[in-house]
Write a protein that binds this ligand. Structure first.
Ligand SMILES: [Zn+2]
Length: 312
């Protein structure tokens, strides 16, 4: 099979180069009382960052990208809305399946990242006939955490740097896989959600399948509850899930702290606008778009990929 190796050098740097570029001048001013070493350090980081990004870009020139419309019968702008009654039925089925298949197995993050990356690479290769190998490195911290407090993780699409902001429990395989789809070069959120779900389901690994199904349930609940926090928690309680699962779903929607909520409101609005400017539907692509994607794909007569992948 055709193979491509994306170097992702920036992801192997001991600290995030993006952070270094942002903070080096300030740090050196405090530590050294001078700005020149800061500028030198900052320029060096910028050079490494740009060099890595260019190498990745060059390696990607021969990538065969997935044509979502052709393969799944839908894409960002051709989604059909899933009826609310169908959402409610799916939520019940997901709840039952998750409770029955529950596993408390937890794989250490670094090991999990390698495994997730393998399954994602294989899934994409099954569609395109091409294996695109990328880094499995994941960071625990970058400054982006302060800017996107509502996010679980982030991928810098230029450098491919991925950071996870917290312990995300059973969702961790999905969070990592979502960011790794971006690292593959698919920067749209709908594509990251969809490919992550399908790749994890296809893996057959109980820990990965559980993460995919839990994410699907979480997103359906978000669509049904909208902005109403209490409605979300009530929906979780009514599902009669195993306690471990219910706890994790509740934990995804804590009452936000003052800083988080004010920053979140502003940043979410900006992010939503930015998504719309880049040919996406907005933040709704994470939940409504994602669930509509599975619904449209499942009912498509033109999709080349097997539609049973969407069944619960
Ligand atoms: Zn994303």
């Amino acid at each position: 099979m055709d193979e491509i190796h994306v170097p992702n050098d920036a992801t192997y740097s001991p600290v995030s180069l993006t952070d270094l570029i942002a903070t080096a001048p300030l740090a050196s001013r405090i530590l050294l009382g001078a700005t020149l070493p800061g500028r030198v350090l900052s320029a060096a980081a910028l050079g490494m960052y740009a060099g890595s990004a260019i190498k990745d870009w060059v390696s990607r020139r021969e990538v065969r990208w997935i044509d979502f419309q052709r393969e799944f019968g839908c894409d960002v702008k051709t989604l059909r809305p899933m009826p609310e009654s169908e959402r409610r039925k799916e939520v019940s089925r997901l709840g039952v399946r998750l409770s029955q298949g529950y596993t408390d197995e937890r794989i250490p993050r670094a090991e999990l990242a390698v495994s997730v990356n393998h399954h994602l690479t294989e899934y994409i290769a099954g569609i395109t006939g091409q294996r695109v190998y990328t880094s499995s490195q994941v960071r625990d911290f970058t400054l982006a955490k302060l800017v996107f407090p509502f996010a679980m993780g982030v991928c810098d699409v230029v450098s491919g740097d991925v950071a996870l902001f917290r312990d995300t429990g059973i969702f961790e395989p999905h969070i990592i896989c979502h960011e790794f789809v971006h690292r593959q070069g698919y920067w749209k959120e709908l594509h990251a959600q969809a490919l992550s779900y399908l790749a994890l389901m296809a893996s057959g690994d109980p820990v990965m399948v559980q993460a995919a199904l839990a994410e699907r349930l979480h997103r359906q609940l978000k669509v049904l509850a909208g902005d109403d926090h209490q409605a979300y928690h009530d929906l979780v309680d009514r599902l009669d899930l195993r306690e471990e699962l219910a706890d994790q779903l509740h934990a995804l929607r804590p009452d936000p702290g003052a800083y988080e909520s004010s920053v979140s409101v502003v940043m979410k609005k900006l992010y939503d606008e930015r998504m719309k400017l880049t040919g996406q539907n907005g933040l709704s692509d994470y939940d409504e778009g994602f669930t509509n994607f599975l619904w449209t794909f499942g009912g498509s007569s033109s999709a080349r990929q097997e539609r049973w992948q969407t069944e619960v």
